[in-house]
Design a protein around this ligand. Structure first.
Ligand SMILES: Cc1ncc(COP(=O)(O)O)c(C=O)c1O
Length: 385
C-alpha cells in the first residue's frame, strides 16, 4: 500500500515503539500508589510532563495527559465553558468535530456560538475576529491548521488579539504539532493547546491538553482526581513517555524534516496540477500550508465535480491510501463545511480529497500517482446536484 494519509494517522516510529514496550514491562504500576513501584511510575509520568513543557518552551505551563486529541479538545472547550457563566464562543468553520460538537453542547447550555468567516485563502478573517472580541465573547477556539485544507492560521495575530482583550484562546494543534519546528509555533502560542501522539508517529490512545498559564477548567471526567483533578482515571506513564519520545524524535529532525516534506509535497503538487481536472483548494501560498499536506478539488473530463469519496475508494482498490476531507467525516458524503466557508458550491464542496505525506515515503513512490489520479477522475461520473 502507498500510504498517503498521514493526517489521519501515522505509522508508529520503530524506536519509540521499542522503548515503549520496554518501559511497559518495567513501569506498569499505578502512579498513584505510594510503594516504590508506584513511585517509579509517578516519576516517569512527571518527567514526561516536564519534558513536554520543555519541548514546547512553556516551562511554567501545565500538562493534562488525555486519551487523545478528542478528549483534549473536549476538556478545553467544555472545561473552560462550564467554568464560567454562558457567553459567546468564537470558533472557525474548519474545527474538528471534537471542538464543534463540544461547542454545540455548550449552545444547549446557554452559550452563543459564532462561526468566524474565512478569507478566500481559508484563513480566519482577523477583522471579523477583532470586532467580535468584545462582550459577550468569553472564549475563542481555532484550530492551528485546517486538517482538510492544510491552511495554517495566523495564530500569532489571533493570540495577540485575544490576549489584548483577555479572552482565553484554545487551539486544536493536533495537525500541526510534530509537523513544524516547535520553535516556530510555541512562542506565539494560544493559552491552551491540544495534541495527539498518533499524528506524529507516537502511540495511539494518548494526547494532552497543555495550558500555558493558570486557567480555571471544570473537569469533564470525575473520579479519583488524577491529573491535578482535571482528568480522573489511572494514567499510563509509558504512553505519556512515548508521546514525548515521539515528539522529541520529530523535533530533533527539524527543521530539515519540514523542509524535506515540503520538497516532496511541492514536487508532487506541481505534477498533479499539470493534470486536467485537478486543482488546489485552500491557500495558494504554500508557505501558509502544512508542509506535508495537499488538498485538491476534482472535475471529470466534462468539467463537472466528481465525488471525492468515490475517488478515495477507487484509489484504495489500486493500493493508494488517501482521504476525502477529514478522516472522521469521510464516511459521510456531505459537502465539506471548510470548502463551503471558502465560497465553493455544494457540489464542489463534495469533490475534495486530501493527500498527506510522511518521512517514510521516497519521492519515486509518488511518480505514478498524478497519472493514475487523472485517469480515474476524468472518467468518473458527476456528483448529482
Ligand atoms: C484537527 C484534529 N483534532 C482532533 C482530532 C482527534 O484526535 P484523536 O484522534 O487523537 O482523538 C483529529 C483527528 O483526526 C484532528 O485531525
Amino acid at each position: 500500500m502507498l500510504y498517503l494519509d498521514a493526517c489521519a494517522a501515522t505509522p508508529p516510529d520503530a524506536r519509540v515503539l521499542e522503548q515503549m514496550l520496554e518501559r511497559q514491562k518495567r513501569v506498569w504500576a499505578n502512579p498513584s500508589s505510594v510503594h516504590p513501584a508506584g513511585i517509579a511510575a509517578a516519576e516517569l509520568l512527571e518527567r514526561s510532563r516536564q519534558r513536554l513543557l520543555n519541548c514546547l518552551g512553556w516551562p511554567d505551563g501545565q500538562v493534562v495527559f488525555t486519551s487523545g486529541g478528542t478528549e483534549a479538545d473536549n476538556l478545553a472547550v467544555l472545561g473552560l465553558g462550564r467554568s464560567m457563566s454562558p457567553g459567546r464562543l468564537l470558533i472557525s468553520p474548519f474545527e474538528h468535530p471534537a471542538v464543534s460538537a463540544a461547542a454545540s453542547q455548550l449552545q444547549l447550555e446557554g452559550w452563543q456560538v459564532e462561526i468566524l468567516p474565512l478569507t478566500d485563502h481559508g484563513q480566519v478573517d482577523l477583522n471579523a475576529l477583532e470586532q467580535l472580541l468584545e462582550p459577550p465573547t468569553q472564549m475563542v477556539s481555532i484550530a492551528w491548521a485546517s486538517s482538510e485544507l492544510g491552511t495554517l492560521q495566523p495564530m500569532h495575530e489571533i493570540a495577540e488579539r485575544c490576549a489584548a482583550t483577555g479572552v482565553p484562546l484554545h487551539s486544536d494543534a493536533v495537525q500541526v504539532i510534530g509537523q513544524l519546528p516547535l520553535g516556530r509555533l510555541a512562542p506565539m502560542g494560544p493559552d491552551l493547546l491540544s495534541i495527539s501522539a498518533h499524528k506524529f508517529q507516537g502511540p495511539r490512545g494518548v494526547g494532552a491538553l497543555v495550558l500555558k498559564r493558570d486557567i480555571s477548567l471544570q473537569p469533564q471526567l470525575v473520579g479519583g482526581g488524577q491529573e491535578a483533578g482535571l482528568r480522573s482515571g489511572t494514567q499510563s506513564p509509558w504512553l505519556a513517555a512515548a508521546l514525548v519520545d515521539a515528539l522529541e524524535q520529530r523535533e530533533s529532525q527539524q527543521p530539515q524534516l519540514a523542509l524535506q516534506l515540503q520538497i516532496l509535497r511541492d514536487g508532487l503538487l506541481n505534477r498533479l496540477l499539470c493534470r486536467s481536472g485537478i486543482s488546489l483548494s485552500g491557500s495558494t501560498d504554500l508557505d501558509q500550508r502544512l508542509p506535508h499536506h495537499i488538498s485538491l478539488l476534482l472535475n471529470n473530463d466534462k468539467g463537472e465535480p466528481v465525488s471525492g469519496r468515490q475517488i478515495v475508494r477507487a484509489l484504495a482498490e489500486r493500493g493508494v491510501a488517501i482521504s476525502a476531507g477529514s478522516a472522521c467525516s469521510s464516511g459521510q458524503d456531505q459537502p465539506s463545511p471548510s470548502l463551503l466557508a471558502c465560497g465553493f458550491s455544494s457540489r464542489e464542496a463534495r469533490s475534495g480529497i486530501r493527500i498527506s505525506l510522511g518521512p517514510w515515503l521516497k519521492p519515486q513512490e509518488l511518480d505514478d500517482l498524478p497519472g493514475l489520479l487523472e485517469s480515474i477522475v476524468s472518467t468518473s461520473g458527476a456528483i448529482g446536484s
